[in-house]
Ligand binder design. Structure first.
Ligand code: UDP
Ligand code: MG
Length: 325
């Protein structure tokens, strides 16, 4: 389906302690958006979400609303995290098409035009900006990222390697994201899980010019654990694997204890104690398997994700006519 005659483009950007970046970010982004408006007749709006910054970010945002057009700013009551900020921005966005990007200029706004070109062809509903190279970082951080992406893929079958939160979403996708009832959202994972047709552009993230990243090591670990456990209950099913290993071990050790007893080489009571320990262990492991299965099922239900998402519909003319009153 061709994405015909979109009227409004929304840009959503989270900001945490980005006082020094707000001005340059708005200047660079608005220049691109104005060019888009002139060449394609697409109006635009920018939604900035201050994620409870402790510096002058909010003050800067307020000042910018006084001197720049089409700008809306939201301020969180405290730091709720980037995921929450993106969710708030998407909820506020009114555009037929929405771009999400960081406010520290590590997501080059010039790429928006290329993303729009891909979307305008009408073959995709999501355009992902993927990093051609990772941004400069410590080797520990790179190692951790690789480990994380491998685990995430093994658990969820979604490959997020070199992915970013820089995305273009068709209105249909924004509505689908908003319709998911889960409160703990992991934007990159959700957009991969939802399906729809994806296009891709590559970019090389520039170094930060102003400010510094605010992600602490503990926050990164918390995000990794949260995103994996909020996305997949497979870790809990590891208990099944452990139980299988325990059963094999029990059969070998138990068999050996009985054989020694039959041969008359076992000390009195030794076989009974070994068998009791193995039987008790097996009973506990089996009970854990049953419990983990129910927890797994409960997790799926509580998440309340829809069984499917529809990206398009088509119907024959007579069917459409019979619907009209
Ligand atoms: N950010 C946010 N809340 C946070 C941390 C970061 O809204 O708690 C924003 C930040 O202002 C930036 C984007 O998320 O626009 C990416 O953050 P950062 O540059 O620190 O991360 P990195 O680029 O190192 O992944
Ligand atoms: Mg950054």
């Amino acid at each position: 389906m061709k994405n015909d005659r979109p009227k409004l483009l929304s840009v959503v950007s989270p900001a945490f302690c980005e006082a020094s970046n707000i001005g340059p970010f708005l200047t660079a982004t608005m220049e691109v958006l104005e060019r888009i408006r002139t060449t394609r007749g697409l109006d635009w709006e920018i939604i900035l979400v201050d994620d409870g910054s402790t510096d002058d970010t909010w003050e800067r945002m307020r000042q910018e609303t006084e001197r720049r057009p089409h700008l809306r700013c939201l301020r969180f009551s405290r730091n709720f995290g980037k995921e929450a900020a993106i969710a708030a921005g998407l909820a506020a966005a009114k555009g037929d098409v929405v771009i999400t990007l960081d406010s520290d200029l590590q997501h080059p706004p010039e790429l928006i035009e290329k993303m729009l070109d891909i979307w305008a062809q009408g073959n995709v509903e999501i355009v992902d900006a993927r990093k051609a190279v990772r941004q400069r970082e410590s080797s520990g951080s790179r190692l951790f990222a690789n480990w994380y992406y491998n685990c995430f893929k093994a658990l969820t079958e979604c490959d997020l390697k070199e992915s970013s939160d820089f995305k273009l979403l068709d209105r249909r996708v924004v509505e689908a994201v908003k319709s998911l009832p889960e409160r703990k959202r992991f934007f990159r994972g959700i957009t991969a899980w939802m399906g729809f047709r994806h296009g891709e552009v590559l970019f090389e993230p520039p170094d930060r010019v102003n400010g510094q990243t605010r992600w602490s090591v503990s926050q990164r670990i918390a995000l990794a654990v949260d995103s994996m456990t909020s996305f997949s209950s497979k870790p809990i099913l590891l208990i099944w694997g452990l139980t299988a290993i325990f059963y094999i071990f029990s059969i070998v050790v138990g068999g050996e204890a009985i054989w020694t007893h039959i041969q008359g080489n076992a000390s009195t009571g030794f076989t009974t104690v070994i068998l009791l320990v193995l039987l008790t262990g097996s009973a506990i492991m089996t009970a854990l398997c049953v419990l983990s299965t129910y927890i797994h099922q409960t997790f799926q239900e509580i998440k309340g994700r829809p069984s499917h998402l529809i990206s398009d519909t088509a119907e024959s003319a007579d069917h459409a006519a019979s619907d009209t009153p």
